[in-house]
Design a protein around this ligand. Structure first.
Ligand code: PHE
Length: 348
């Protein structure tokens, strides 16, 4: 072992360490400083040298070992720093980029419309009542003064439910075709004065198209007490139309027929698009039909045990789906029920 050999080993080792990669550095350390590493072998062999050589070579070898250890430590630090910087660069977040917008859920446009209607009537002191969607023939038709032969009772007009009837008087079970059976249920359970609205789903065997859906919504209204007149009906519904469509809209009542009201009327509001001059929305009539209404027929009062000579009242039924379609200029009722977020998000 010569001084030159040590110096040669030192130079080679330092070059290798300086070029070491994270994958090779451990192998380089073992090759020189491991238990069987070349520098370790030199240090082990010093014992067999003459004392003078041993001291000077020993010093030199120890210096080389220290220098190598330092170089290795330094290289490890450099490599760690490099890998950290590479990671930081690759994982960098550009905080100046605009974020992805989060779509918050919102109430369905139909729920919004129904709530608007509810707010107007609760503002007049009306209560809100919920009744059932599965009804009986009695509540949906008979008690509403609808004769046995009425076409609405056929399979073309009503979805019958395959369930045993409660009793003979109740007749067949069905999905309510209107919210009007709620009139009977409320009058059976409460005493006049009664002022309620009943929002809910109704069902009719219609093939779905732009203006029909086998399920749609109605809001029923019922006002019953002593001395309630057609003038009250008119004033109430005019107030509603002005709140819902704007105070400038004219309201018109057209004679109509419903089995459970007499006299009956359909309520038109001046077209909310064209203001009455005629447009596509109002089929160039200037008017939009938005509900049916009338004074409760004495036969209906008799069905719930009210005295028609003492008690009077009015009822109305409107379609919030149709009202929302008119208000938002929609041409297809099916949009409400398809849950397409691109459509629904317009109303958030
Ligand atoms: N139930 C009627 C319909 O569905 C609407 C209506 C309700 C008419 C109350 C008068 C009174 O067409």
């Amino acid at each position: 072992m010569e001084t030159q050999d040590l110096e040669k080993l030192r130079k080679e080792a330092l070059v290798e360490v300086a070029a070491a990669s994270p994958e090779t550095i451990e192998a380089i350390r073992v090759a020189y400083l491991g238990r069987k590493g070349s520098l370790t072998e030199i240090l082990k062999s010093l014992g067999s040298l003459p004392p003078d050589d041993r001291r000077s070579l020993g010093n030199q070898a120890n210096n080389v070992r220290r220098e190598l250890e330092e170089a290795l430590n330094h290289r490890v630090q450099v490599l760690e720093k490099e890998s950290l910087e590479a990671r930081l660069a690759s994982e960098a977040i550009d905080i100046s980029l605009p974020g992805r917008s989060v779509h918050l859920g919102s109430r369905h446009v139909l729920s919004q419309t129904i709530r608007e209607i509810e707010d107007i009537f609760t503002g007049l002191g009306y209560g809100i009542v919920d009744t059932r969607e599965i009804e009986t023939e009695y509540y949906n038709f008979t008690a509403l003064n609808t004769p046995e032969y009425h076409p609405a009772r056929t399979l073309q007009g009503t979805y019958y439910v395959d369930a045993p009837p409660v009793d003979e008087k109740q007749g067949r079970m069905l999905l309510r075709t209107q919210t009007s059976p709620a009139q009977i249920r409320v009058m059976e359970q409460q005493k006049p004065p009664i002022f309620v609205i009943v929002p809910g789903k109704v069902y009719r065997p219609d093939v779905a198209d732009a203006t029909h859906s086998p399920m749609f919504h109605q809001v029923e209204g019922l006002a019953v007490g002593e001395g309630i007149t057609f003038g009250d009906l008119k004033g109430t519904l005019e107030h509603f139309c002005h709140k819902m469509f704007g105070p400038e809209r004219a309201v018109r009542l057209r004679p109509h027929f419903f089995p459970f009201t007499e006299p009956s009327t359909e309520v038109d509001v001046q077209c909310i698009r064209c203001g009455g001059s005629g447009c596509r929305i109002c089929s160039h009539t200037g008017w939009l039909e938005i509900m049916g209404a009338g004074m409760i027929d004495p036969n209906v009062f008799a069905m719930v045990g009210y005295d028609p000579d003492k008690i009077s009242g009015f009822a109305f039924g409107m379609g919030p789906d149709r009202i929302a379609m008119l208000k938002y200029d929609m041409s297809d009722i099916r949009m409400f029920f398809e849950n397409d977020v691109r459509f629904l998000a317009q109303f958030s």
